[in-house]
Design a protein around this ligand. Structure first.
Ligand code: PMP
Length: 386
């Protein structure tokens, strides 16, 4: 139950483990075309340009920056944790003049503050992290997308920990780039950088005055490949990760077959249930309100007196793998649990029991049953749906 890579469903792993297809094999071409088309559906962006590139989420972040930034362009980064700071660094690498609005752990930046900043200067690009995996804080992607459009900034949403787990209506919300990686709520092993780009952002890129700062990242190299596969033709620039693309086809099918809205609702219930259990155990969670709490992962503080190393050592005796802290300033004071993809009630139960066991091992007296009952108040909804 770490927040990625997550466990994959059996049909995804079967597709992944099939004999490696060639990138020109007819069956593979169909799978690639299916993936590109399903991405537009999952991203809720019918007029967008999807890209599937071998690499990680950081490559997707870099690709958006390398293609949309020209030296001296101003970029605004809304940072709610570790990954906001990463984006600022990437943008600087590509020549942007970066302004970063940095929230305290567990907080976000008020929309009024964002608006004031956008009003004060002309920003070409604004980036924001939908769910920062270091704090479990979720930003208001719809409001930020609309603010960016209002002030003429291209908006880039880092959705690595949200796409397919949190609702994102990219086209309706006017977000120009929504990017993710395969290993989180998409439910596929790590190795694919995924993004959908709006028509407006593609036009801005076409009008660049200077060449894009990168070779592997240049859309000029990749756009013809995506266009070819979209029309059922093979094309080559860099060898596609063929096994991963076969797995992605199954992952996207699973998402669409579950029903997007049902899937978001399931994640919401799992998130609420898990947080309720943690609160029943006496823990405080990092996001300062329910509205700011992600559905895809949770980040509870350890209780006073419990040492991080002792807690993680005790967790090692359970069947559940969780993650430690990531945000440097509070790194050893909290832990992180992912509840995305195919996670269900059984996993939440095992996890609540595991954490209760570990806290008891650390000398606390916590009641696992009471925590599970608190979770069940929410989980009943999943049970009655299934
Ligand atoms: N952004 C967010 C919000 C993430 O959670 C991560 C990965 N944890 C990344 C970006 C970077 O993705 P990757 O590790 O695949 O490069």
């Amino acid at each position: 139950m770490i927040p990625g890579p997550i466990e994959c469903e059996a049909n995804v792993l079967e597709a992944m483990g099939a004999p490696t297809p060639g990138h020109t094999a007819p069956d593979f071409i169909t799978s690639f075309a299916n993936c590109l088309s399903m991405m537009k559906q999952v991203w809720q962006c019918p007029s967008g340009q999807p890209f599937i590139i071998a690499g990680t989420g950081t490559l997707a972040m870099e690709m958006a920056a390398a293609n949309l930034i020209e030296r001296g362009d101003k970029a605004l980064v809304i940072s709610t944790g570790y990954f906001g700071a990463r984006y600022a660094r990437i943008l600087e690498c590509h020549g942007a003049e970066v302004t970063m609005l940095e929230a305290d752990p567990g907080q976000t930046i008020d929309n009024e503050m964002v608006e004031k900043t956008l009003k004060s200067e002309k920003y070409k690009v604004m980036t924001f992290t939908h769910v920062d995996t270091s704090t479990a804080v979720r930003t208001d992607a719809q409001a930020l997308g609309q603010l960016g459009s209002k002030y003429g900034a291209l908006t880039i949403l880092d959705g690595v920990c949200s796409v397919a787990g949190e609702n994102i209506a990219q086209e309706d919300w006017g977000i120009d780039v929504v990017l993710t990686a395969s290993q989180k709520a998409i439910g596929v092993p790590p190795g694919l950088a995924l993004m959908v780009v709006s028509e407006k952002a593609m036009q801005t890129w076409e009008k660049r005055k200077t060449p894009a700062t990168g070779y592997y990242t240049d859309w000029a190299n990749w756009l013809p490949i995506m266009k070819a596969y979209e029309s059922n033709q093979p094309a080559y620039f860099g060898t596609p990760a063929t096994n991963l693309i076969k797995a992605l086809e199954k992952g996207l099918e699973n998402i669409i077959n579950e029903g997007m809205q049902q899937r978001f609702k399931r994640h919401e219930i799992l998130g609420k249930a898990f947080r309720a259990a943690m609160i029943a155990l006496g823990l405080t969670i990092i996001p300062s309100s329910e509205t700011l709490s992600a559905n895809t992962l949770s980040a509870p503080y350890l209780p006073d007196g419990v040492q991080f190393a002792d807690f993680m050592a005790a967790m090692g005796h359970t069947k559940v793998a969780i993650a430690g802290g990531l945000l440097q300033s509070i790194k050893t004071r909290y832990f992180r649990v992912g509840h995305m993809g195919s996670t269900g009630m059984d996993e939440i139960r095992l996890c609540v029991e595991g954490i209760s066991f570990a806290l008891n091992e650390c000398g606390l007296k916590v009641d696992a049953e009471a925590a599970w009952e608190a979770a069940m108040e929410h989980l009943k909804e999943v049970e009655s749906d299934s």
